[in-house]
Design a protein around this ligand. Structure first.
Ligand SMILES: [Mg+2]
Length: 374
């Protein structure tokens, strides 16, 4: 007993952001900044683990929330007591946020605790979660609605070039979601360009109502669509249900849901086929293990949103997790923040044979590009 007993002795938080050049927009918003909030925890015995959450907005507030409110309560805690820490943090902070930035902050901390657990046990997290295959399918994700048809086709073809990916996702909802005929033409052009063997996924980013989503889905089903994501506002759960009742194109949703309760609401309302809850926002691995179990019990697909280097451990471990999503938008900052992060080869990513997350931070880059808040 007590062999692994150790305590958190130091908490450091770094915010690294980069402006997005090129004016990328989806059906409902423009992206101006992408960034990572990195939480590094060090134990008394000198083990360091880290976790991340990401931001387009709100990175500064997330960093401060961790430094001012969470960090003092982490010092002295045993890194193995993830369940206890999670419950205490939620009880402490629930009055100021049961979704949103509060959970982004908690996610980064929880992921860092799991990274430490893996390092103390000297095994990669996917093995701690019960997985046995480090090779995981991944799709390439991009294709903004602000692109011309030519730019869209060019990017999608570039993703499948050299067998980097054999599944791709792009945005629909051009002209703010007011012209589905143009969306159908764009889908047709991409299908024509990539050929019949590439998987195509579509993301409408909350832009329609259920009736429009159903109409669009039934217009593109002849192009062999693997899934349509967020056809209606994420909180319009009755609308998601109506969408599912109107088409057999599979429905994906969940990147805007938080915690097991958000997952519960999607599954109880028959509001998705692919549950895309994001572990770097929803509460870390502690919560994602429960979310994965709920999706299994309902025989749904568990398909975490983005942050492929974190989610790879879960997708490896769960048989109902079909693939990872890798956002082209985050390729550069991911390559900068980590040293030698895995990249897709022949449609797969492979978990490094290293303990914990299996990732190393590029401390020089982080130091040079750290955002000053005040
Ligand atoms: Mg999406």
């Amino acid at each position: 007993m007590g062999y692994y007993l150790d305590k958190i002795s130091k908490v450091e938080v770094h915010l690294v952001s980069a402006p997005v050049q090129g004016g990328f927009a989806d059906a409902t918003r423009k992206v101006e900044t992408v960034g990572y909030t990195v939480v590094e925890l060090t134990t008394q015995s000198g083990i360091t683990g880290f976790g991340i959450t990401y931001n387009e907005v709100g990175g500064e507030a997330t960093k401060l929330l961790i430094e001012k409110n969470i960090a003092p309560r982490l010092i002295g805690r045993d890194p193995f007591e993830t369940e206890a820490v999670w419950n205490e943090m939620v009880a402490y902070l629930r009055g100021v946020g049961r979704k949103g930035l509060m959970f982004c902050a908690l996610s980064a901390v929880d992921i860092a605790l799991w990274d430490i657990k893996g390092k103390m046990l000297d095994i990669p997290l996917y093995r701690l979660f019960g997985g046995n295959d480090p090779k995981v399918p991944v799709y390439g994700s991009g294709g903004w609605t602000s692109y011309t048809d030519e730019q869209l086709v060019e990017e999608m073809v570039s993703l499948v070039k050299d067998d980097r990916y054999n599944m791709i996702k792009f945005k629909v909802g051009v002209e703010g979601g007011r012209n589905i005929n143009r969306d159908v033409q764009r889908v047709a052009k991409v299908r024509e360009a990539v050929g019949p063997d590439i998987g195509i996924l579509l993301d409408a980013n909350n832009c329609w109502d259920a009736a429009t989503g159903v109409r669009f889905a039934n217009m593109v089903r002849e192009y062999d669509i693997m899934l349509l994501e967020e056809p209606v506002f994420a909180d319009d759960i009755p609308g998601l249900k109506r969408f599912k009742e109107g088409t057999d194109v599979p429905l994906a949703s969940g990147e805007h849901e938080y915690t097991k309760y958000g997952c519960r609401d999607l599954v109880l309302n028959n509001a998705a086929d692919f549950i895309q809850i994001d572990g770097t926002r929803t509460g870390g691995f502690t919560e994602m293990l429960k979310i994965a179990a709920i999706t299994q019990a309902w025989n749904l697909k568990f398909a975490p949103h983005a942050m492929e280097n974190i989610h790879i451990h879960l997708v490896s471990a769960y048989a109902n997790a079909p693939f990872l999503e890798r956002l082209k938008l985050f390729e550069k900052i991911t390559a900068d923040v980590y040293v030698d992060a895995p990249v897709p080869v022949d449609g797969y990513m492979t978990i490094p044979d290293l303990p914990g997350l299996g990732l190393k931070l590029n401390r020089d880059f982080i130091k040079e590009h750290e955002c000053k808040i005040f």
